[in-house]
Each structure stands twice: as C-alpha cells, then as structure tokens.
Design a protein around this ligand. Sequence first.
Ligand code: FUB
Length: 370
Amino acid sequence: MIPKLIRSYHYANFLAIASLLASCGGPSTSSNGMAKTAADSTKKEYLSQPLITSIYTADPSAHVFNGKIYIYPSHDIEAGKPENDNGDHFDMRDYHILSMDSVGGKVTDHGVALDIKNIPWAGRQLWAPDAAYKNGTYYLYFPVKDKSDVFRIGVATSKDPAGPFKAEPQPIPGSFSIDPAVFTDTDGNSYMYFGGIWGGQLQRWKDGKYDANGSKTDLLQDDAPAATCKVAKLSGDMLTFDGPVKDVLITDSAGKPLLGKDHDRRFFEGSWMHKYNGKYYFTYSTGDTHYLAYAIGNSPMGPFTYAGTFMKPVEGWTTHHSIIEDKGKWYIFYHDTQLSGKTHLRNVKVTELKHNADGTIALIDPFKKA
Ligand code: FUB
C-alpha cells in the first residue's frame, strides 16, 4: 500500500524531486513517482530523441492524413505561473501542428494553428488537443478553461490538416474536463473520450453538475469505483455529442470496476483509442503512478478489461500518448522533459509499439542502458 503522503503529492512536489534527480543524471521517477535511490540510479539513455527542439511540445495526438503524419501537441511555454496542484503552471496559449512524411523524416512546424485570443469563450490554459477528419473538413478538439475557470472542450475547423483553425463560438454542449481523444471506427462513427482527474477537474462533475469542492466527494474515495474517463458518440457534423456522455468502465479480470485506491491501474488522464485485430484498445495515463496502461474491449463504448502497463514512467510528472499505424508499423507518440528538465516544458517523441501474438502490447521502457 502506498502511504498517503506519497499518494497526495502532485505536480509541484514532483518538480522538486525531478530537478534533484536530473542533477544526478538518471531518470526522475520510480514506479510510484518517488525518487529513486542511489542503488538503482544506473546510467541510462533515452530510448528516442525529441522530434522538435525549437519549441516545447507535449501531449502529442498523431494521425495519418493524406499519407502524412500530423501531430497535434500542446505548446508548452514558461508563463511564470506558480506551480500548484491544479497545474496552473501549464498555462499554454496556442497550438502549433507538426507534420512529417513518415517516422524518421524531417519534422515541419506549421506555426500557430489556433491562438487562445481567437477562442471567444476561452479563459486560460489550452491543454492537450486532438484532431479528426470527415467529409473534407479537419476538426481540432481542445480543452481550455472558460471565463469561470471551468474546463470545457471546444472544436475548431479547417480545410487543411495543418490549419489555421477557426473556433466555434461556444464549447461543445455537455462537454467538460480535459484531454479529448477522437476515434473514428471502421463503420464511420466517431467517439470522443475525455476527462482527467485532479487538475483536469473530472472529480468535480457529478450527475452533470459542477462542484468546485468536488475533490471532497465520493468520486475520489479509495474503496469506491474509480472516477473514470467519459465517452460520447459524436454527431454527423462532428460538432456536438450525439447521445449521452457515458462512463468508460474499466474492470479487472473478474469484471469488477477498478477502485479509487488502485493507483497503478485506474484511469487518471490522457486517453486514446485504437483498434487492433477487431478489438478496441483503450489506453490511458495512471497519473500519479506515471504508467501508460491499457484495457481491451469489444465495443468502442466499453466495457474494457484492464490488460496491463505498456510504457514505464518517462522523465517528468505527466505522461500522455497517442498510437497510430503507418506503413504497416505501429507507433506511440509520447513526451518527456529531456530538453528542459522541467515538468511543464516538455518535448514530444515517437517510438515503435508492438502488439504480441496474444493481443497484449509489449512493454516499452523509455530509457535504455548506456
Ligand atoms: O498538458 C497539460 C496536461 O498535462 C494534459 O492535459 C495532461 O494530459 C497532462 O499531460
């Protein structure tokens, strides 16, 4: 069992630990997010290198459009905001879209695709976006706090996958929290997965109502089913939800929902969906334990059975990913803090992802022994 002191620390505490460890030259977390001891600080190298070094980028949502790979990341900046449990220091103000012909090719930064000043309802903090395509239009989905400081999800459109994008005048009705991930199934239906606990405010929402003191509710209790990701089918025009927002149910192998205290396995933020051999793979970050985990189901709406961890903790507090298939290979896009050593100034990376013959995903270690 993880002591309460360890479980309750957040971004700010992590930063101090990460800086300390960076000076020791090793990766910054152990499996529970705490400092590694001298005994396990073997010198390691990064598995892959930042895709771009001219700006800080994070939360990479990758897609193949027109035979090219487009990456829709957050654009991290040093905004000078104090670090706190709400993640106020992640105060991003625009998006840049990256593209490349294939993994390993030249990366192009297409410049500002959407600026917060051009989103009429936005207050602050442009967090992790995603994109989709339908009928000649590209859709950029983005979470941002509204003028009341409540996270909502907006959508912007363009005829070019690299933008610029024009935001709709209002957020998507019924949307809340962060980290939209849009999956289009082989039958043409699209679904949005969204939500993130703690700074992402998911725990403050109950029965469609927002409670600013929601972190004190039963939604984060140890022995209750864990607060979980949300999913909604998208309407034909991709601009609204078509039907109710539902919970993404993640169970153990006995069919029981994962519990709030199950920090190594329960959902925290940063979801993604991919389909492989007819099965639906729901992937996500476990947040304070820093794993990327996956659960497998027979429908895009779930339920999903927890299947394991597929990436060990990266350097930096947050871990956020996307998965694509391109030219017959599968890839995971992710981020760490190699360039800055600071948890809010991240850089995106890519490496290959492998499905095993039994349908499991091979575990990725973002570090290799030197
Ligand atoms: O980039 C801001 C937040 O950090 C994202 O929304 C989370 O997924 C985490 O990566």
